[in-house]
Write a protein that binds this ligand. Structure first.
Ligand code: CUA
Length: 168
């Protein structure tokens, strides 16, 4: 014989401190969602995408990777830049593009994982052998912008860099 008390619902007790932390966690998630939306749609922050797959062993046997560098698509307006990362340098290590032009960077590696970060810009991505990482960027101000390796790739990691010269 069961007593009626046992089937009664017991109100869930949540400690006030725990309740406060649950509210804080939800608030933080809302702030993150708003930040990601602003970053993606208003600040133009893009996720680096895998443009294509390549064979790192035969990479430099055929264009465009046999002759990495700048390709003018539309004079003064659009450029493609092909960069090969390898221990411990970039090919080419000097790139020249005009200010205000849309520059598409295509970067891949022939050996290990490297990074590609252009200082004073939000261009920053991993370079993985076998795939081409790409990002589009417009330099508004003329000047010199160094690109550096941001993934530890070996003893020469710290000296792995190149430079984008942006002409007026
Ligand atoms: Cu290449 Cu670090």
């Amino acid at each position: 014989m069961s007593s009626p008390e046992t089937s009664e619902k017991i109100p869930l007790h949540v400690d006030p401190t725990e309740r406060a932390w649950m509210r804080a966690a939800i608030a933080i998630l809302v702030v993150f969602a708003i930040s990601v939306t602003i970053a993606g749609f208003m600040l133009g922050i893009q996720l680096p995408t895998t443009e294509q797959r390549v064979n790192p062993q035969t990479l430099q046997d055929a264009p465009p990777w046999s002759e990495p560098g700048v390709r003018e698509i539309v004079a003064g307006e659009q450029y493609d830049v092909y960069v090969v990362a390898k221990r411990f340098f970039y090919e080419p290590n000097v790139v020249e593009v005009p200010a205000g032009a849309e520059v598409n960077f295509y970067v891949t590696s022939t050996d290990v994982q490297h990074g590609f970060k252009i200082q004073d810009t939000n261009v920053n991505f991993m370079v993985i052998p076998g795939q081409v990482s790409t990002l589009t960027f417009t330099f508004d101000e003329p000047g010199s912008y160094d690109y550096i390796c941001t993934e530890y790739c070996g003893l020469g990691h710290a000296v792995m860099f190149g430079s984008v010269t942006v002409t007026p």
